[in-house]
Design a protein around this ligand. Structure first.
Ligand code: CO8
Length: 261
């Protein structure tokens, strides 16, 4: 796979493992990290052998401690606006990525780090993970979706408290609040994330894309429209070769062989 300056990306079977690799800066999300992640995600999305991705942070302390404050400190407001700063995170890692990806959060996931984790299809957290949106302590507010995605994930009361105070919540609280799918011991996080990703990667490809699209639609549409969309995608999958294979395999008590057709 391609070499990057601020991240590593490697294939583990059908799973792409992406590691944010600026441990001395607690994996702060600089503009170079964004460029590298965009390239790695585009390669993942275009590679038919790759079916699920895991994003994690290098070092023991952090997934990512936020957008790179040092890079932004002196930047004039006109540049933030002219570059439409942060818009590309959602367009690349949410909108343009149809295949599933998991955030494996070790240590700090703060500010943009928490927001990147929330762009994933789900979060697996190490028991040492800490989540927060401390932007208010820097004189700003979350800018990569935090006010919207955190509120949808944990509800208004907790999102409001976290965003207004900038306090961190630990992994256990994040799981209770619904931000995190599951908490695992820190030493097992990567193995567990790769295991879950491999399981997803072994599922029928078209149904996997549809499932992701449908769950995400729940955040964008009315209940009636969402349920109609679900029914139509279900009807469409009923016409696939993989549906015939899945049902035959069940009846014949054997493992299915998916074709993605
Ligand atoms: N950006 C750049 N560098 C960072 C960042 C960051 N977000 N976080 C940590 N670092 C650097 C530190 O500056 C330090 O570098 P150095 O060794 O050169 O001094 C190194 O990483 C290690 O950090 P600490 O020494 O602070 O480590 P501690 O264990 O003492 O503390 C913390 C860990 C609590 C995570 C602490 O580093 C911290 O509070 N970090 C910032 C967290 C934060 O506020 N994140 C939100 C960022 S803002 C954002 O994501 C979007 C809005 C940005 C708008 C900015 C407008 C100016």
């Amino acid at each position: 796979m391609a070499e990057y300056e601020t991240i590593t990306a490697e294939r583990r079977g059908a799973v792409t493992l992406v590691t944010l690799n600026r441990p001395k800066a607690l994996n702060a999300l600089s503009s170079k990290v964004l460029e590298d992640l965009i390239a790695a995600f585009a390669a993942f999305e275009a590679d038919d052998t790759q079916r699920c991705a895991v994003v994690t942070g290098s070092g023991e302390k952090a997934f990512a401690a936020g957008a790179d404050i040092k890079e932004m400190a002196e930047k004039p407001m006109a540049d933030f606006y002219a570059e439409d700063m942060f818009s590309r995170w959602t367009s690349h890692f949410v909108k343009a990525t149809r295949k599933p990806w998991i955030a494996a959060v070790n240590g700090f996931a703060l500010g943009g780090g928490c927001e990147l984790a929330m762009m994933a299809d789900f979060v697996l957290a190490a028991d040492n993970a800490k989540f927060g949106q401390p932007e208010i302590t820097l004189g700003v507010v979350p800018g990569m979706g935090g006010t919207q995605r955190l509120t949808r994930a944990v509800g208004k009361a907790k999102a409001m408290e976290l965003i207004l105070t900038g306090r961190m919540m630990d992994a256990e609280e994040a799981e209770r609040a619904g931000l995190v799918a599951r908490v695992v011991p820190a030493a097992d996080l990567l193995d567990e994330a790769l295991k879950v990703a491999a399981k997803i990667a072994a599922m029928p490809p078209l149904a996997t894309l549809a499932a992701k699209e449908l769950v995400n639609a729940a955040f964008e549409t009315t209940l009636d429209q969402g349920i109609l969309l679900e029914r139509r995608e279900f009807h469409f999958l009923a016409g696939t070769e993989d549906k015939a294979e899945g049902m035959s395999a069940f009846i014949e008590k054997r493992a299915p062989e998916w074709k993605g057709r």
